[in-house]
Write a protein that binds this ligand. Structure first.
Ligand code: NAP
Length: 307
């Protein structure tokens, strides 16, 4: 049991939602701690090389933006604890948060554990993970300098990754299962302006092949029904995200995909427990909406504590 274990508010997760909540909570005078299994704050933003849509800070790298968020929370005196949350229990008028580092008690909890990348689920993906298959272009792109890579997906992350990799790699294939991209228009325009990027439309990766390392992908063209082998040295998979909510199953109501059901107040089905950021069921998952959730969740916590 950690000695200092009694809080008004525990925030689980230190991505934009958790850090946004921390700034509002500390300024509101709530005795607050942020728990994260990683000592490095930022969550998914850390994997973004260029965040161009966060208001007032255009063109900032995800790493730099995360640092700014963390500095802001640190400057206000936020308590950060590195601990893996294993279970949250309801007890009378408090919540008990069981972690790898001991138990903590709090009057209210904000869940802000964000989301992680989805897997494609094709043969070869698991086998070559770390051996040519990657889920993070900014982390692993440098290993593919002047090589040929494929990016799979058609959302913001896939297109951002393809743009990032095009500056490093000889050739980038973007393999997308439909004939239109989901990514923001500005990203699509940038992508289409790059000479060394080729988009393979209506195409699905059926298998990732190689010896010790990735050598090729088997690509199925849905309209023609043809399958072809594409020689590549690396495959970057960016096919969406899954919420990091396994620990909270049975605690709060979730939808069929595992997102926590909560409206803009961030109040969950469990009194005193709030959900902020990408883990919440909502139509738009952006850094700015995650930060906004953090502020809304703290407002709801304050109302809850006044009851
Ligand atoms: P996403 O927007 O859900 O896009 C996932 C892409 O992968 C879609 O194009 C989807 O195809 C494709 N896909 C899904 N399952 C697939 C499968 N089994 N096989 C082949 N393709 C598959 O996910 P994301 O790009 O990871 O972005 C996640 C969230 O973060 C989004 O809400 C995004 O807007 C947000 N984001 C925000 C920022 C920012 O704030 N600056 C930056 C990056 C991302 P379909 O199009 O056919 O469904």
């Amino acid at each position: 049991m950690i000695e200092e274990n009694n809080y008004d508010l525990l925030i689980i997760g230190s991505g934009p939602a958790g850090l946004g909540a921390a700034v509002y909570a500390v300024r509101a005078g709530l005795k607050t701690a942020v728990l994260d299994k990683s000592p490095v704050s930022g969550g998914q933003v850390l994997n973004t090389y260029d965040v161009d849509n966060y208001l007032g800070l255009p063109g900032m790298s995800g790493g730099d933006l995360s640092e700014k968020f963390r500095e802001h929370a640190d400057k206000l005196g936020t308590v950060f604890l590195t601990a893996d949350v294993q279970k949250i229990e309801n007890a009378d008028n408090k919540k008990i948060v069981h972690t790898s580092e001991g138990d903590f008690e709090s009057k209210a909890v904000i869940l802000a554990t964000g989301a992680a990348h989805s897997v494609l689920g094709v043969p070869g993906e698991a086998k070559f993970s770390g051996m040519g298959v990657s889920y993070c272009a900014t982390c692993d792109g440098a290993f593919f300098r002047k090589r040929t890579v494929a990016v799979v997906g058609g959302g913001d992350v896939a297109v951002e990754d393809a743009i990032f990799l095009a500056a490093i790699c000889e050739k980038v294939y973007l393999i997308h299962r439909r004939d239109t991209l989901r990514a923001a228009d500005i990203l699509q325009k940038k992508l289409m302006s790059l000479d060394n990027v080729q988009v393979l439309w209506d195409s699905e990766v059926k298998e990732i092949c190689g010896g010790d390392l990735v050598e090729a992908v088997e690509v199925y063209h849905k309209k023609s029904g043809e399958q072809s082998t594409l020689a590549v040295n690396g495959v970057f998979i960016a096919v969406g995200i899954v919420p990091s909510t396994d620990t909270f199953k049975g605690l709060v109501e979730m939808d069929e995909k595992g997102y926590i059901v909560a409206d803009e107040s961030c109040a969950t089905s469990q009194s005193g427990i709030f959900a902020a950021g990408d883990i919440r069921k909502k139509p738009m998952r952006q850094i700015i909406t995650a930060v906004a959730d953090g502020a809304n969740a703290v407002n709801s916590v304050q109302n809850f504590l006044m009851l």
